[in-house]
Design a binder for this molecule. Structure first.
Ligand SMILES: Nc1ncnc2c1ncn2[C@@H]1O[C@H](COP(=O)(O)OP(=O)(O)O)[C@@H](O)[C@H]1O
Ligand SMILES: [Mg+2]
Length: 454
């Protein structure tokens, strides 16, 4: 690392904290440390006592540790500066200033380190664990969702992003495309898909393994104890994707309630939201943590995207690819199945296997529900609370969209419970709201009628 740059960055941090630039002795201590000199040697060079140099050193390490949020000392000062340099290089191109914990390092101005305009981490400096990321198949539409997510991550430096939507709508596919496009902007990129027993230990140890493997490759082996996960996310620019996060939450409850054994994730997510860093965690699933859904303000570091179905052009490509012809009323099918690619694939397969044109022979409002589509819906329905099932039944029985007053009239459910259930169902993307009226899609209506006897 360039000595002058390291001293400039350190000077900037000290100035930010104390309002004073490094004096000659402080600079000599940092310079000597970067050159791997002993305190004794630095003292001799500067013609002062060794205890004086030690004292200055210890004050500097304390300020640097506080400002960088990690333990900085004589042994690791050089590597801390190198890591900081990488973060600055990788971020200064996108913004005029870079926030490293509480320190704002400006790309312009009096204290600007002499930094080239852009140097994103390239293939050599970026480390990835994408073994759990699915392969990308066809990818249609979604330009605006991709743009939104890219802006949130790369320009707004959002810390926590949630991507929700019903099963099969295309969340995972969208995220895979996103990761392919932006992964080289990060030092570390990792994708983990949560199973039914998603202990935080498993997640932490996977990630810490990634960090420690790459650090062994990058430098001499260290025997240091692993840091808490958040420290790694603070020290490096990371993009972490957690898919199927609904596995963190209780079945049979309103959406987004942590299972008791997953409570530690709450703490981690809170740290990721609140603390200063350059990393981003993206949560994908049918549900998101309750505290995330409460945040709508643009001033927070959290962003949420609820994914809707594909547009007509993309839906048409899927249906034609699955062997349907325009005579199969393609556009009606896309509307009816809400552009949900997995629903479209399922119904197209059924029509195709029966020789095509099936829906021309059936009454106009027939909703085909192939068994594999029922399986997809069953997975999401099986998570609903009793209260939500009652509300879905009410909506399925009503021939049209109905408002709160009508819902209350038609049920015995206390008003506050009803409202909570509606909110939860809306977060699960199972109901639709038009102004003050609520309804469910024809496919869900049909399914609810079968399984809930609506
Ligand atoms: N944008 C898209 N273009 C084409 N096919 C898509 C698209 N999004 C999803 N699909 C297909 O739809 C199916 C479900 O997508 P997936 O991403 O697994 O949904 P989710 O994660 O929301 O359950 C997959 O077969 C996938 O290939
Ligand atoms: Mg998925």
């Amino acid at each position: 690392m360039n000595l002058k740059e390291a001293l400039k960055i350190a000077d900037h941090i000290i100035f930010d904290k104390t309002g004073q630039h490094l004096d000659d002795l402080q600079e000599a201590v940092l310079k000597g440390t970067l050159e791997r000199e002993t305190y004794k040697h630095i003292a001799k060079e500067f013609d002062c006592s060794e205890s004086n140099v030690r004292q200055i050193g210890s004050e500097l390490w304390q300020i640097l540790s506080e400002e960088l949020g990690e333990d900085v000392n004589k042994k690791n000062f050089r590597s801390a500066m190198e890591r900081l340099e990488v973060s600055i290089y990788s971020n200064v191109a996108q913004e005029e200033s870079v926030q490293i914990n509480s320190v704002n390092i400006c790309a312009e101005g009096r204290h600007q380190p002499n930094i080239p305009n852009s140097r994103p981490p390239n293939q050599e400096t970026s480390h990835q664990d994408l073994s759990e990321m699915p392969e990308l198949g066809d990818f249609f539409d979604r330009t605006s969702s991709l743009d939104t997510l890219t802006t949130w991550i790369l320009q707004q430096h959002s810390h926590l992003i949630t991507l929700t939507g019903s099963s099969g709508i295309g969340k995972t596919t969208l995220a895979v495309q996103l990761v392919q496009q932006i992964k080289n902007e990060f030092e570390y990129t990792a994708w983990y898909t949560l199973d039914e027993f998603p202990t935080i230990d498993k997640f932490q140890s996977n990630l810490i393994q990634l960090f420690s493997n790459s650090q062994k490759q990058d430098s001499s082996p260290t025997n240091q104890k692993p840091l808490p996960l958040i420290k790694y996310l603070q020290n490096h620019r990371c993009l972490i994707i957690l898919d199927d996060v609904h596995n963190l939450f209780c079945s049979g409850e309103l959406a987004g309630k942590y299972k008791p054994e997953c409570e530690e994730y709450r703490t981690l997510f809170k740290q990721i939201e609140k603390l200063s860093h350059q990393s981003c965690l993206m949560l994908i699933g049918w549900e998101q943590p309750r505290e995330v859904t409460q945040v709508k303000s643009q001033n927070t570091s959290i962003r949420s995207l609820q994914l809707k179905g594909l547009d007509i052009a993309a839906g048409r490509k899927i249906l034609i690819d699955y062997g349907l012809a325009e005579s199969d009323n393609i556009e009606t099918l896309i509307h009816r199945y809400q552009g949900n690619p997995i629903w479209l694939k399922s119904v197209a397969t059924l029509i195709q296997e029966l020789g095509g044109c099936v829906n021309q022979l059936l009454p106009n409002d027939t909703i085909l529900l192939p068994e594999d589509l029922k399986d997809v819906l069953q997975q999401q329905f099986s998570r609903l609370s009793e209260l939500e099932k009652q509300v879905i039944s009410l909506l399925a029985k009503a021939s049209d969209a109905i408002n709160l007053t009508q819902l209350l009239e038609n049920s015995q459910i206390p008003a506050s419970d009803l409202v909570n259930a509606l909110q939860s169902l809306s977060r699960r993307c199972l109901i639709e709201q038009q102004a003050k009226f609520y309804t469910i899609s024809p496919v869900l209506r049909q399914y609810a009628t079968i399984i809930l006897g609506a």
